[in-house]
Structures are given as structure tokens and as C-alpha cells.
Design a protein around this ligand. Structure first.
Ligand SMILES: Cc1ncc(COP(=O)(O)O)c(C=O)c1O
Length: 402
């Protein structure tokens, strides 16, 4: 009998965020330790509530969920998504360009499978949210990482240009970004859109955090400024803006010339119909959620939960000698550097921090980042907890060597 050794296609797939460090933290928790989990962007765990706008739809629609819905999604919900992205400037789209999915995660999976042949190259940012690298690997694509400027975390345009080959088929941006929290400048987006046009690349933009933008940062949806002949895919969802990660509600929008859209649509249709439909109940909440811009806006405004937690982290980080950072303009992450030349192994650094201070953060390497001195901090716990966590980390890093 053939020995079972697992499958080769998943050998390179990894989950840092829910990997060995997380397992160790859970083990410590089961032993009675109080672990502060700054590893996942999961607002519900930290007191962020589902908004009333969504609760109302649940109460009303509970009994409508017994049936499968359309494989692309409920029409009324796709109409609202259409309206939302049209308002954001994406042109020439209709309801057939929209797919409602079980989270952006499922959309990323379907999309990469629908655009990558074996060996096709896809440009991904470094650092990158690992969903995308994993999906690209599973689709048989070859990942080529482009750098981002550590001073602003905007993509490095020259580096992108230097990484283009005749095998490059797509480029991804994550805007606002996880793990850096950057909101990309319009001039940078325009240059990326031009590169995509000149090289006939599919331009993919993960905009799940587009409603979580602070102060004067301007969120521009890249598909709205792309050339009309560029094939664009914009992804979005409600996990973070409406605190409903567990409900799994996302979507993607195809825009660009019809001849290109129809090729991708044909393959996405197969994958979307294969999984029958996205969760019907979450389909129904989309119109109410997208009309409820107040919920995300309140969170990122002065006095709001995200705004105040972020402010507390900055106040404390500004007092630290051990870390440098760039203020996030969107989402709820920062990606500080530890000022310590002895660090060579960031996973070990985070494990040592976990054992010493009961704080779980993710190392830069879990985000396809090469330098060994970065961590991603999730700024979701309340301000006091966040401040104490930064003080603890600073004390730890003051003494730490490898
Ligand atoms: C950039 C980015 N894209 C996608 C996702 C996944 O979102 P969803 O819950 O819609 O699957 C996340 C989750 O953290 C994310 O940070």
C-alpha cells in the first residue's frame, strides 16, 4: 500500500498567523497563562460589536436563509455593491461583474485559480498578507515580490519595474495595507496602473480596509484611475469595517474591457457555481452594511474605538527606545522595526517575547518580509491594555539579544 505523505501542492503553503507561535500561545493558555493575542485582526474578540444595522437584517431575514442563493450572490446585494464601487469611481461595471464570496479569502482563492497558469508570475508586495502568497502558490503561480519603501510603505515603483518579465501576468496591491497600515498615495497608484496598462497585467487590489482610513489620508480605488483597457479586480468585504469576521462576507468586482472580463468570468463562474453560493444570510446584510457608513466612520474618528487605541499605541511607542515605526493611515496594524542588530531570527524573537511577557505578535517573516527585525502589532485591545503591552515589549527588547 502506498504510504500517505501529504500532498506536494500544499508543501509551501503556510499560516504564520495561526502557525507554531499561535499553537504555543494556545498551549500556554491551556496551562492557565493569560495571553494577550495581538496576532489576528479579529475585532469581535476585543469588544467590537456587530452594528445594529446588521442585527436588524438578521432579525428580519432569518427565515429566508434556508435556500441556496444565486452562485454570484443575491441580486439586490450585488446592485448595492455595484452602486458602492461606481461611487468610488470604477466605470463600466454591471451586476454580472460582481461575485459575493465567503470572505475576501474565498474570492482571492477563486481569482488566483482563474488567472494563473502553472509558472505564470504574479507580483506581490513584500511585506504581504499571506492569504495572497498562499493562494498564488496553490494556483500554481510563481510569486515575485516587489519592495515597499520602509519610510512610507508605499510600493517601490523602480523595484516593480525591475521585476517584470514576459511571464508576469498580474500585480497585487493591498490598499490600505496589512501588515503596514499604509494608504497608498494617488501618484504611486497612478504609476502602478500605468505599469499594468503598459505590460497588459491584471491589476488586483485588495481593499478590505477601505472604510478604515484615518485623518487626512485619501483612499483611492486603483481601478477608478486605471486605463479602460486594463483588466482590474477589486476585492472588498465586511469582516473589518462592520466587525463580522466570522460571518464570512466578501466580494470581488471585475472591471475593464469586456473581452478580458469574459475570459476571467468564465472560469470564476465555474468555481463560484461549484461551491453553490456564498452564505445566503450574509448576502442579505450587504445593502444595510454598505448604507451604514457611520459604523466604520465612527470607529476611525476621534473618540472612536480604533482611533483611540491607535493613538494610545503611538503615544507609548514615541517614548520607546527599542522600536521605530511608521504611523498607519488605515486598518489597525503597525509594523515596527526592533532596533537591535543582534536579531537574526524573528520567529525565535517572537517566541521569546511570548514566553517572557505572554504577548503574542507575528514576526515579519510571516508576511513574506526578509529583514529579521520586524513585528506586526494588532491595535485592537483597549487603550490601557495596548499601552501596557508596548511598555512590556519595550522592556523586553531593552534586554534582548540573540
Ligand atoms: C488584507 C486582507 N485581505 C483579506 C483578508 C481576509 O478577509 P475575509 O475575512 O473577508 O476573508 C484579511 C484578513 O485579515 C486581510 O487583512
Amino acid at each position: 500500500m502506498k504510504k500517505y505523505l501529504g500532498v506536494n501542492s500544499l508543501e509551501q503553503v503556510y499560516s504564520g498567523i495561526r502557525g507554531p507561535l499561535y499553537e504555543e500561545a494556545m498551549k500556554m493558555k491551556s496551562e492557565g497563562k493569560d495571553i494577550l493575542r495581538l496576532n489576528t485582526g479579529n475585532p469581535g474578540v476585543f469588544g467590537f460589536q456587530m452594528p445594529e444595522s446588521i442585527k436588524e437584517v438578521f432579525r428580519e431575514k432569518m427565515c429566508d436563509t434556508v435556500s441556496y442563493c444565486d452562485f454570484r450572490g443575491v441580486k439586490a446585494s450585488r446592485d448595492t455593491i455595484l452602486e458602492y464601487h461606481t461611487k468610488n469611481g470604477i466605470k463600466n461595471i454591471d451586476e454580472n461583474d460582481i461575485y459575493i464570496t465567503n470572505g475576501v479569502s474565498e474570492a482571492a482563492n477563486m481569482l488566483t485559480k482563474s488567472i494563473l497558469n502553472d509558472g505564470d508570475e504574479i507580483l506581490l508586495p513584500s511585506p504581504c498578507y499571506s492569504l495572497w502568497s498562499n493562494c498564488a502558490i496553490m494556483a500554481g503561480g510563481k510569486i515575485v515580490f516587489y519592495k515597499c519603501d520602509e519610510k512610507t510603505w508605499n510600493p517601490d515603483i523602480d523595484d516593480i519595474k525591475s521585476k517584470l518579465t514576459d511571464k508576469t501576468v498580474a500585480i497585487l496591491i493591498i490598499n490600505p495595507n496589512n501588515p503596514t497600515g499604509a494608504v497608498y498615495e494617488k501618484s504611486i497608484l497612478k504609476q502602478i496602473a500605468d505599469i499594468a496598462y503598459e505590460n497588459e497585467l491584471i491589476l488586483i487590489s485588495d481593499e478590505i480596509y477601505d472604510r478604515l482610513v484615518y485623518e487626512s489620508a485619501e483612499m483611492v480605488s486603483i481601478a477608478s484611475i486605471a486605463n479602460k483597457d486594463t483588466m482590474c479586480v477589486t476585492l472588498n468585504g465586511l469582516s473589518k469595517s462592520h466587525n463580522i469576521c466570522g460571518l464570512r462576507c466578501g466580494w470581488m468586482v471585475l472591471s475593464g474591457p469586456e473581452n478580458k472580463k469574459s475570459v476571467i468570468r468564465k472560469d470564476i463562474d465555474k468555481l463560484a457555481s461549484m461551491r453553490l453560493c456564498a452564505n445566503s444570510l450574509t448576502n442579505f446584510i450587504i445593502p444595510a452594511a454598505l448604507k451604514d457608513g457611520k459604523t466604520p466612520n465612527d470607529m476611525v474618528s476621534p473618540g472612536g474605538m480604533l482611533y483611540e487605541r491607535r493613538k494610545a499605541v503611538f503615544e507609548e511607542l514615541d517614548k520607546c527606545d527599542t522600536m521605530t515605526y511608521v504611523k498607519n493611515q488605515g486598518a489597525f496594524y503597525i509594523f515596527p522595526a526592533i532596533k537591535n542588530p543582534t536579531i537574526t531570527d524573528d520567529k525565535k524573537m517572537c517566541l521569546d517575547l511570548l514566553h517572557s511577557k505572554n504577548i503574542l505578535v507575528m514576526p515579519g517573516s510571516c508576511f513574506d518580509y526578509d529583514e529579521p527585525n520586524r513585528i506586526r502589532i494588532v491595535m485592537l485591545p483597549d487603550a490601557k491594555v495596548m499601552k501596557n503591552a508596548i511598555i512590556d515589549m519595550d522592556n523586553f527588547f531593552k534586554e534582548y539579544t540573540q
